[in-house]
Design a binder for this molecule. Structure first.
Ligand code: GLA
Length: 378
């Protein structure tokens, strides 16, 4: 992929530039907790976006997406926002960097990626983090703090892409470290690296390859539900809420908001349980919490779909230790913690059964926890 980017860069712009890359992510547990001030437990993976970039001496960005075979140009002023969604990610990162008082000058770029789109692996965060990292290196002597780079990506989603996301994806993409998961406290932003060595187990993603068309931005609606409940409790977020507090206001909120908050309160504790269990090598507890998360995401948070519930059932039938829908939801992957000796049977069964029911095989991605945003050496 990097070779191809290099060749296309020289074809299109007649020069060469510097290559940067940033990763997609998995999340072991802690879903829809980031914007509630809770905990998440992600890691960067070996699927990434890479971009070659060269300063061009103009006040324009000229960008070519290899995967979409699409080219566009835009200026760096607010009025120059491009129409193409893919280019808005790059434009947003430039604008958010400038907004924070840092420098961005015109550049040429060719980029490509192998993070599956719409699979819940945060290809957009990978793209944002790749450019945020690159602009820091190229124009700002790396003075922008790493957390600020993640926030630049998150604000890009908020202000240029219409998704009111939390910080998890951009954090994972910027901070990712080989063989480590990271527990992030999304309120204090304290984070800790946990070496992930699940001896005797494999982590694997099963991608349903379905992405349900969403009207009315259901992700943002989930967030609004949580914010309504927090406001009712007189809190900024649901971080400090517990079930007794929620039950005390049950009559004053909608059934739907109650269910959303119930999930978030349970999920907060599950992340902490999983971190403890991992440190003790207790994978049975890790797995049990993953199934509980799936249940909550499906029944209370209502972000699963029949295809993912089906994959979750297949995992259970095959004796998989833990399985759950991963990411924002409404399609995409399950993440599965599987004993080595059950792995082949699980994968084969999932493929056959899913194909019988939905007419196509799911894609299988073994998880390799990798480094996040970086400059690529020649
Ligand atoms: C998406 C968002 C994240 C997070 C997850 C759900 O990936 O971008 O901020 O909220 O959904 O955990």
């Amino acid at each position: 992929m990097k070779q191809k980017i290099k060749e296309l860069f020289s074809q299109k712009f007649g020069t060469k530039g510097v290559m940067y890359a940033s990763a997609g992510r998995i999340n072991l547990i802690g879903e829809h907790t980031d914007y509630n001030g809770g905990f998440v437990f992600p890691g960067a993976i070996d699927k990434y976006i890479a971009a070659m970039i060269n300063v061009n001496g103009t006040d324009k960005v000229r960008a070519y997406s290899v995967d979409l075979d699409a080219y566009t140009e835009f200026g760096l002023n607010e009025a120059d926002a491009p129409k193409e969604q893919w280019a808005r990610y790059i434009f947003g990162v430039c604008r958010e960097t400038i907004k924070r008082g840092f420098t961005v000058k015109g550049f040429d770029t060719v980029f490509a990626g192998n993070v599956p789109l719409g699979a819940g692996l945060s290809s957009s965060a990978a793209l944002e983090s790749c450019f945020a990292f690159a602009l820091n290196d190229l124009f700002n002597d790396n003075k922008i703090e790493k957390f600020e780079l993640a926030l630049i990506g998150q604000s890009t989603e908020h202000n240029y892409c219409g998704v009111n996301c939390g910080i998890m994806d951009q954090f994972a993409s910027v901070f990712g470290k080989k063989n480590c998961l990271m527990r992030l406290d999304c309120r204090s932003l304290e984070h800790e690296y946990f070496p992930f060595e699940a001896q005797g187990y494999k982590l694997v993603l099963v991608d349903s390859k379905v992405k349900h068309e969403l009207v009315d931005s259901p992700y943002n609606k989930r967030r609004q539900s949580c914010e309504r409940v927090a406001a009712k409790l007189g809190m900024e977020t649901l971080r400090d809420a517990d079930m007794a507090m929620l039950d005390a206001i049950k009559a004053e909120i909608s059934e739907e908001d109650y269910m959303r908050a119930r999930f978030v309160i349970g999920e907060k504790q599950r992340v902490l349980d999983v971190c403890d269990a991992l440190q003790k090598g207790d994978f049975e507890t890790v797995g049990a919490r993953m199934y509980a998360t799936h249940e909550g995401l499906s029944k209370d948070y209502e972000v699963s779909c029949v295809e993912l519930d089906f994959l979750n059932d297949v995992a259970r039938e095959c004796g998989v230790t833990g399985s759950r829908i991963m990411g924002g939801g409404f399609g995409g992957c399950t993440i599965n913690l599987v004993k080595d000796e059950l792995y082949d049977n699980f994968i084969a069964t999932a493929k056959v059964k899913f194909n019988e029911k939905y007419g196509h095989e799911p894609a299988i991605y073994p998880v390799v926890i990798s480094d996040g945003a970086h400059k690529c050496m020649e």
